[in-house]
Design a protein around this ligand. Structure first.
Ligand SMILES: Nc1ncnc2c1ncn2[C@@H]1O[C@H](COP(=O)(O)OP(=O)(O)OP(=O)(O)O)[C@@H](O)[C@H]1O
Ligand SMILES: [Mg+2]
Length: 249
């Protein structure tokens, strides 16, 4: 079972849009896929028309295999299940920090579904917290969308520094440029600069700023399902193929 996290310490960069499309692409390729919506806002569940869970999540949730497995829902697509967000996920950090081996709770919990899924995609909330440390320990690949602006550069450097300081393997970080606007020279310059500064770290596929992606809020389906031939659809497909190749390697 491969665990792929869509993560950034910055908000609104395209994590959820990526998680939704990557999960769809893995499922469409025949892999049994679970998308875990770890953000209490519940956006990735919303895109798959799965309601957030109202049941209270408490400290035991991630320790109780059966409760974890029972919370999983089916989706409209073959091979794709969803673990919907729960409003009390916002208290995760408090629960986690009280537990023993608090950094590896999520990894342990996901072992409960090891034989049911080939791929688990995690849609993460934007911060560096106990939950994200759990994500970093559990994930085989941390896929990081980066909007090519100066501020994103700083945030990305902070993430790399965090990995170094915490002795986490940096080679798990796979970044890509998100919401790219070809018309903006700053975007082009930032892409060139960051690609050079971080050899091999950024995927060649970039995701353009595209209205099809914004429309996912209306269609409530991945772009890869509704508009696979669009520029955005082709870009997500290319990103999927690169990530698939990287996690296999
Ligand atoms: N490539 C894109 N082009 C245009 N709009 C996009 C693109 N990617 C995402 N969006 C839109 O930008 C908004 C933020 O995207 P998304 O929710 O995927 O980001 P996020 O990083 O998950 O945000 P959050 O930190 O709040 O979880 C959404 O309204 C989404 O539809
Ligand atoms: Mg999100």
């Amino acid at each position: 079972m491969q665990i792929i996290a869509c993560y950034s310490n910055k908000g609104g960069v395209g994590k959820t849009a990526t998680a939704v499309n990557l999960a769809y692409a893995f499922a469409a390729s025949g892999r049994r896929t679970l998308l875990c919506d770890l953000d209490p806002q519940g956006a990735s569940g919303f895109y798959f028309r799965v309601k957030p869970s109202k049941k209270l999540i408490d400290a035991q949730f991630f320790e109780d295999d059966q409760r974890f497995a029972k919370a999983i829902r089916g989706s409209d697509y073959d091979n794709l299940d969803i673990l919907p967000a729960n409003i009390s996920f916002r208290d995760f950090d408090v629960f986690l920090s009280r537990m023993k081996n608090s950094q590896s709770r999520l990894k342990k919990a996901l072992k409960a579904v090891k034989s049911d899924y080939d791929v688990v995609v995690l849609d993460c909330p934007p911060n560096i917290s106990m939950l994200s440390e759990n994500v970093f320990h559990a994930a085989d690949a941390v896929v990081v969308p980066v909007i090519p602006t100066t501020l994103s550069q700083r945030t990305f450097d902070q993430l790399l520094e965090f990995f170094q300081a915490s002795d986490l393997p940096e080679n798990r970080i796979h970044a890509f440029f998100s919401m790219v606007q070809g018309i903006k020279s700053l975007h082009g310059e930032t892409i060139a600069g960051m690609t050079e500064a971080h050899p091999g770290r950024f995927a060649q596929a970039t995701i353009p700023f595209a209205s099809e992606i914004e429309r996912m809020g209306l269609t409530r389906a991945p772009v890869l399902a509704t508009a696979p031939g669009s520029r955005a659809g082709k870009a997500y497909q290319a990103l999927f193929e690169e990530i698939e190749g990287r996690v296999k390697a």
